[in-house]
Design a binder for this molecule. Structure first.
Ligand SMILES: Nc1ncnc2c1ncn2[C@@H]1O[C@H](COP(=O)(O)OP(=O)(O)OP(=O)(O)O)[C@@H](O)[C@H]1O
Ligand SMILES: Nc1nc2c(ncn2[C@@H]2O[C@H](COP(=O)(O)O)[C@@H](O)[C@H]2O)c(=O)[nH]1
Length: 219
């Protein structure tokens, strides 16, 4: 982070990177919100997970996920290449450690679309850097409508995800923030507001004490 040596000009305030997590029952809209946040925030990078689930129509390997087989997943777990991992809806998912560490070291902000199990694991290892948001659907009926409207999963997969929605939602309690995704525009605005407030947390502002000292010296 840019910091000026004493006496060489006004002290600058830098920012420590953070990890912004979105979780929700499947279909509530976190991927949609995440994409919009990435368009609005050039300092925000998406963490691309690995998964053993089959690719959906329109998904791109390396962009939406790194699609891998079970053996590769097991090897990554064994070699501790994953920051967190979980079995979700019968498939395996995990967050590659390398890109996250690289982004954080550069002071970037990282966006995660992961479930409550992954959030719990991240929070055990990086609580200070973590900001977690749980996204609720406006109603059960609307959740089911959205899963069908996405038109990317079979009726069986959708039924399985609806069956797990209640259990998933019970984890809202462990999150820093909860939003109800009525319409995308307002939800993106709410997530943006959270991000901007979290950036101003005292512990995330690097060089603040030098800045205040200079202010005091000028009095
Ligand atoms: N506020 C909203 N109003 C109406 N439709 C929405 C809204 N938010 C998202 N959708 C739609 O709902 C569907 C599911 O959204 P999305 O894929 O973002 O959910 P998700 O929470 O990421 O699901 P998953 O956990 O399965 O990845 C998509 O078709 C998306 O366009
Ligand atoms: N714990 C983790 N959960 C993850 C990760 N990547 C995605 N997910 C969650 O899985 C479900 C299903 O996602 P889908 O793309 O198959 O619909 C959803 O809740 C995601 O948030 C991960 O790396 N770790």
């Amino acid at each position: 982070m840019d910091m000026q040596p004493a006496g060489s000009g006004p002290a600058k305030i830098g920012r420590r990177g953070l990890m912004l997590v979105l979780s929700s029952p499947s279909g509530a809209g976190k991927t949609t919100i995440a994409r919009r946040m990435l368009q609005r925030n050039t300092n925000l990078t998406m963490s691309v997970s690995v998964t053993t689930r089959p690719m959906r129509p329109g998904e791109v390997d390396g962009v939406d996920y790194h699609f891998i087989d079970r053996d590769t997943f097991e090897r990554m777990v064994e070699e501790r290449q994953l920051l967190e991992h979980a079995r979700v809806f019968g498939n395996y998912y995990g967050t590659p450690k390398g890109p996250v560490e690289l982004s954080l070291a550069k002071g970037r902000e990282i966006l995660f679309d992961i479930d409550w199990q992954g959030t719990q694991q991240l929070s055990e290892n990086a609580r200070e850097d973590l900001v977690s948001i749980f996204v609720l659907p406006p109603s059960a009926k609307e959740l089911e409508r959205r899963l069908h409207a996405r038109a990317q999963d079979s009726a069986e997969v959708i039924a399985g995800r609806m069956a797990k929605a209640s259990d998933e939602m019970s984890h809202y309690f462990d999150y820093d923030y909860v939003i109800v995704n009525h319409d995308v525009e307002s939800s993106v605005h709410q997530v943006q507001t959270i991000l901007e407030a979290e950036r101003l947390k005292r512990r995330r502002q690097i060089g603040l004490s030098d800045f205040v000292r200079q202010l005091q010296e000028g009095l």
